[in-house]
Write a protein that binds this ligand. Structure first.
Ligand SMILES: [Zn+2]
Length: 454
């Protein structure tokens, strides 16, 4: 068998319903739409975790976030390493990450020959930390004066851009022997959504500082977000999405020009979505397991699959690693929880067994589990375990009405999946827990900028 190249592109914080081929009008994502039109679009792809740390063990290791000591520390030794099988069997493998949470610090390098942490080397202007500095930074006149003096006053970048990321990916592919597997992670649609190119006009820079202060107050002090502010943030999100799509389009052009497009498996997926006040908050608060967070875009180009196919069955990001192995001709190793998705487009849909998706939030002893079928979403919260929630996804896609009390039999059936996860969580707990790694000041600063640390 001729081994295909594999490119896995993960986009942080991209909710499915903001992508053109998932119905967003007008489309902001012509290049992702084109990929869908020549490959496979999964209409109901569900992530296994509500934020990066819970979502990625599921994508990369095909095991649940709550297993092997949880998801706050570095990837546990005990977690399966399905993707390492490629590197052990003649593939050249690499990963490029712009997220501090997907870094060597968190153990994500373990399954790849090469792992590159892209880290922007910028610091905020000193005035930010001076008395009255914050107020000055929110004043356009200040930036106008600084501009005349040639001083940079925009906020420091907290992640590298898609442009920088793709440059490195292309250079690596140029050098790589065939077959290769490369994973690239994009952060541009993650808060603060600010595109560097837009931060040159004094008014825009001042607005960016106002946004940062406002969202911090909203995150940590419940400051309200007005309809006007909501529109403004969505505009920024959409600009960042348009930019990300354009850059991914350039990567596709490069693959095409270098003759690699046709024999390459290309997978695009998001780790989780983003809430735009759908349930009263902004961002991806870990305890939100509603569909604006759990439903993610998942697109695949597979050599030999020519026409647009839409898979309507519910699938899981848990299934991605075994699918990649399957497409490359390898069996999934022990411990992998997902199933290959290939039967869903090769005319054997019954071979794919899963009809339930489990997504989690786990922080210390707080555990929330969402069990989703195509009809229902069941949410169990360890802090309110006697008050589970059940939503009818057909009748109530916005998940506004808890109908748990009316359907005790369904609650009981779906609760069994929660109990199974709780049991496996205990069984797979390592003797020595891997706590959160020691974070240096630079990394903490980036996490603060992303909204994860107060
Ligand atoms: Zn994320």
């Amino acid at each position: 068998m001729n081994k295909p190249n594999v490119i896995l592109l993960t986009i942080d914080t991209l909710r499915a319903d903001w992508v053109g081929c998932y119905g967003h009008q007008p489309s902001l994502t012509p290049n992702l739409d084109k990929l869908a039109a020549r490959g496979i679009r999964f209409a109901q792809a569900i992530t296994g975790g509500s934020w990066t740390q819970a979502a990625f063990p599921v994508i990369i290791t095909s095991s649940y976030a709550s297993m092997y000591g949880g998801c706050l520390g570095a990837l546990a030794q005990e977690r399966p390493s399905p993707l390492a099988i490629l590197g052990e069997n003649g593939y050249r493998t690499a990963a490029f990450s712009t997220s501090p949470l997907l870094s060597k610090t968190y153990g994500y390098h373990r399954d790849f020959h090469e792992f590159v942490d892209l880290i922007p080397q910028e610091k905020d202007p000193k005035i930010r930390y001076m008395k009255g500095g914050q107020r000055l930074l929110r004043t356009p006149l200040f930036h106008q004066m600084a501009k005349m003096l040639g001083i940079r006053t925009r906020p420091a970048k907290i992640y590298d851009t898609a442009t920088d990321l793709n440059t490195q990916v292309r250079q690596w592919i140029d050098r790589a022997d065939k077959p290769f597997f490369v994973w690239a992670h994009y952060m541009d649609v993650h808060w603060p959504y600010h595109l560097e190119d837009t931060l040159t006009a004094p008014e825009n820079i001042a607005q960016a500082w106002r946004d940062l202060a406002h969202m911090h107050a909203s995150n940590w002090n419940q400051q309200l977000i007005s309809p006007e502010q909501r529109r403004h943030y969505i505009q920024l999100y959409e600009d960042a999405l348009r930019y990300t799509d354009t850059e991914i389009g350039k990567l596709f052009d490069y693959l095409e020009k270098s003759g690699r497009f046709e024999d390459t498996v290309i997978i695009v997926v998001a780790d989780h979505g983003e809430e735009f006040l759908d349930h009263g908050r902004w961002g991806h608060f870990e305890n939100n397991l509603h569909d604006e967070i759990l439903r993610v875009p998942l697109l695949m180009q597979v050599p030999g699959v020519q026409d647009a196919q839409v898979v309507t069955r519910q699938v899981r990001t848990l299934d991605l690693a075994p699918t990649i192995l399957n497409l490359c001709g390898y069996a999934a190793p022990d411990g992998v929880e997902g199933e290959s998705l290939t039967p869903l487009w090769t005319g054997q849909p019954d071979t794919y067994k899963s009809n339930v998706s489990v997504s989690e939030m786990l922080r210390d002893d707080w555990h929330i589990v969402a069990v989703r079928t195509e009809e229902f979403k069941f949410i169990w919260d360890s802090r309110q375990s006697d008050n589970p929630r059940l939503y009818d996804l057909q009748e109530d896609p916005g998940e506004a009405n808890n109908i748990a009390a009316q359907y005790p039999a369904i609650v009981k059936r779906l609760l069994a999946y929660v109990e199974e996860r709780r049991r496996r969580m205990d069984e797979t707990m390592p003797d020595e827990a891997t706590g959160e790694p020691n974070l240096d000041a630079e990394l903490l600063n980036r996490l603060r900028g992303l909204g994860y640390v107060e």
